[in-house]
Design a protein around this ligand. Structure first.
Ligand code: HEC
Length: 177
């Protein structure tokens, strides 16, 4: 039989043990809650984390370059079929291209890209979804025709095979003279 003192000591030891386990449990729950909150916050603000930086930089430079266009007298200058201020191929309905594709960024960003018609359409959809590009309406097919024609993928890769049957062979005479 335990003495009363031993009995009390045992009980308080048990209580201490239980408290320890409980506080460990609370710590684990807290960690989980923290992770869940952090994840929720991240999901909610993910877009602004990712795109804030990109969104602002090109817009700023675009305004800056629009400023220079407006200041210069070369707004409509065309050299060798290239509209100088935007760097884009000049065509009859160029104003449609200029109005819709050089408002946010330089035309050079357009001119340095190559894609098929579908590829261009995807880029336009991407800008509409994430960069605030407006609905192009009836101008869209005109713009797509323009882009697909002048900014089509460059021919890359190896040249076509030589058609051996078509080649006119000749003997190379090395010991002539
Ligand atoms: C409302 C603003 C806005 C308009 C108008 C706009 N864009 Fe953009 N465009 C952007 C932004 C923002 C980017 C991202 C720039 C960056 O990533 O540095 C971008 C990027 C691009 C890129 C580069 C894509 C890449 O993968 O790097 C191309 C090409 C492009 N635009 C073509 C066009 C064409 C063609 C038009 C006309 C139909 C157009 N843009 C009109 C906002 C616009």
């Amino acid at each position: 039989m335990l003495s009363e003192k031993d009995q009390l000591e045992k009980e308080s030891l048990e209580r201490a043990h239980w408290l320890k386990t409980f506080s460990l449990f609370i710590t684990i729950v807290k960690s989980f809650l923290f992770i869940i909150c952090a994840t929720l916050l991240y999901i909610t603000f993910e877009d602004s984390f990712d795109f804030n930086f990109q969104k602002q930089t090109p817009n700023k430079s675009a305004y800056a370059s629009n400023q220079t266009y407006a200041d210069s007298e070369d707004w409509d200058k065309v050299e060798n079929g290239i509209h100088v201020a935007s760097g884009l191929v000049y065509v009859d309905n160029f104003d449609i291209i200029r109005a819709n594709c050089t408002a946010c960024h330089s035309g050079k960003l357009v001119a340095q890209n190559r894609a098929t018609r579908e590829g261009w359409q995807q880029m336009i959809r991407w800008m509409q979804k994430t960069q605030g590009l407006w609905d192009l309406g009836k101008n869209e097919p005109i713009i797509l025709d323009y882009l697909a024609k002048y900014y089509a993928p460059k021919e890359v890769g190896r040249r076509a095979n030589i058609d051996i049957a078509e080649v006119e062979w000749y003997i190379l005479e090395l010991d002539k003279e």
